[in-house]
Write a protein that binds this ligand. Structure first.
Ligand code: NAP
Ligand code: MG
Length: 484
């Protein structure tokens, strides 16, 4: 029988224009409302992972630069931001949200250029959600005492915030919006590979006339992050990133009196019962793991399929994978953009080898990949053993590990058998099953018949080694307040 060819059409290129985008050749540190040359004297390049071209030179902050940023934040906190009526603070935060909406296209394109994610996602997910976070927390600024009835609420002081490269602008918004609404000042450290949207946000803060020093942005790699976290005059540390670094930070801040929230890794279970609407579930699985190249802490990276529908689910999943468009992040038809960095691609490739070595069956559609840049095809593994590394460890790439189950108890036991507990998904026609699983799965967020849905009103955070503390919603305020 001739090999069945599923995809025999090609989409015409639909590139997003870059005319409206301004990226400077060089960026300094944003300290005390001004662009300041780094005392370190050092710079590093940020590149576009889709073509390996340099986008800009970025200042590298050392401990002395971080100290200057913390001093600026302290002064702004003491003299301006904590003194200002909350309703005035809210006006600034609303202004930031509106400016972000006005500049949404520029932010979306830069996010895709610097980090490799598909423009469809930066345009439809990252930037609108970032603006929504500022709007949401602006609304809370003058209502904090109603959020915690019977308590006296006061800000903590200077917040040191360190964020990863998978949602650079969105993570900055998740961190800044509640901190500012509660009256704290901030020193923020974006990830080394994706500093540009945070620096564009600094320009936007200037335009919003946010008082100087209220937000300071210090770029650099891990050592810069460590200097922020370890600075003695920081009152609150908020970190999103890997569990390994999260543990280091927990150790470093122990006994320091610093309030800490950690949003760390994940290995989410997506569970399909035989009574689910299979086509809808398959679309949700695809979105859950291949969205943003799988660079998502809550990615549905483990799939559990009830045995009776296994063949149907896998057939439909493979069919859908063959239609995914991998390539230019700036093309509006692209589903899967570039892997964020050479290092991350090497990590993913290592796990692909582990998967095969551990005896799982690998499948990836045979699509062409661009010759330059960092790319990975959407991949799935069948017959995965519970103990296999690809079933236990976070890969942070477009790689799905599939297992089967026969009973509810079995799938709960398997799904919980991981050190992580950030998120999970359940696909079933029965509300009772959903409620049963949501009470037994050890995960901070559980989606039912959908996946990767975010809203600023909803708290987000993990169990176990996925961290502690919540971001988003009313819960996200508590992390930035002293409650007496
Ligand atoms: P990472 O290596 O832990 O880095 C996160 C941030 O910490 C980066 O800004 C990094 O700087 C900085 N950093 C590195 N070493 C540090 C140290 N010793 N002290 C202080 N800061 C330090 O994580 P990543 O690889 O960038 O991001 C992927 C991870 O983040 C995944 O594990 C993912 O699950 C997790 N994540 C979790 C959530 C969540 O909400 N739970 C959300 C997104 C991502 P450089 O990168 O510049 O070196
Ligand atoms: Mg980059």
């Amino acid at each position: 029988m001739a090999k069945k060819k599923t995809i025999d059409w090609q989409l015409a290129p639909a590139p997003e224009s870059t005319d409206h985008v301004r990226i400077d050749k060089q960026y300094e540190l944003f300290i005390n409302g001004k662009w300041q040359k780094p005392k370190s004297g050092k710079y590093f390049d940020t590149i576009n992972p889709a073509n390996e071209q340099k986008l800009a030179r970025i200042a590298e902050a050392n401990a002395a630069d971080v100290d200057a940023a913390v001093k600026a934040a302290r002064k702004a906190y003491d003299t301006v931001w904590s003194k200002m009526p909350a309703s005035e603070r809210a006006k600034y935060i609303y202004r930031i949200a509106r400016l972000l909406q006005e500049k949404a296209r520029e932010f979306a394109v830069i996010e895709s250029m610097d980090g490799g994610k598909a423009i469809r996602e930066s345009r439809d997910v990252d930037v609108p959600l970032a603006a929504a976070h500022f709007f949401y927390y602006a609304g809370w600024a003058d209502k904090l005492k109603y959020a915690f009835p019977g308590k006296n609420v006061s800000p903590l002081g200077v917040a040191g915030q360190v964020i990863p490269w998978n949602f650079p602008l969105l993570m900055a918004a998740w961190k800044l919006a509640p901190a500012l609404a509660c009256g704290n000042s901030v020193v923020l450290k974006p990830a080394e590979t994706t500093p540009l949207t945070a620096l564009k946000l600094a320009e936007l803060l200037q335009e919003a006339e946010l008082p100087e020093g209220v937000v300071n942005i210090v770029t650099g790699a891990g050592a810069t992050g460590a200097a922020v976290v370890n600075h003695p005059d920081v009152n609150k540390v908020a970190f999103t990133g890997s569990t390994g670094v999260g543990k280091l930070i927990q150790r470093a801040t122990a006994g320091s009196g610093k309030k800490l929230t950690l949003e760390l890794g994940g290995k989410a279970a997506n569970i399909i019962f035989a009574d689910a609407t299979i086509d809808q579930a398959v679309e949700g699985i695809i979105n859950g793991i291949y969205f943003n190249q799988g660079h998502v802490c809550c990615a549905g990276s483990r799939l559990f399929v009830e045995e009776g529908v296994y063949d149907e689910v896998i057939r439909k999943l493979k069919h859908r994978m063959r239609s995914l468009v991998v390539g230019d992040p700036l093309d509006k038809n692209t589903d899967i953009g570039a892997i964020n960095s050479k290092e991350q691609l090497a990590t993913i490739n290592r796990y692909l080898k582990f998967g095969v070595a551990d005896g799982a069956e690998m499948y990836a559609p045979t699509c062409d990949l661009p010759t330059r840049g960092y790319w990975c095809r959407p991949t799935l593994f069948l017959n995965v053993a519970q103990s296999a590394r690809i079933a236990q460890e976070e890969i942070f790439g477009p790689v799905l590990a599939v297992q089967t189950f026969r009973t509810v108890d079995e799938v709960i036991q398997k799904a919980n058998n991981t050190p992580y507990g950030l998120s999970a998904g359940v696909w079933t026609d029965k509300g009772s099953k959903i409620f049963n699983l949501t009470s037994k799965l050890r995960a901070g967020v559980i989606w039912a018949n959908t996946y990767n849905k975010f809203d600023p009103t909803s708290p987000f955070g993990g169990y176990k080694e996925s961290g502690y503390g919540r971001e988003g919603g009313l819960h996200g305020l508590g992390a930035y307040l002293r409650l007496n």
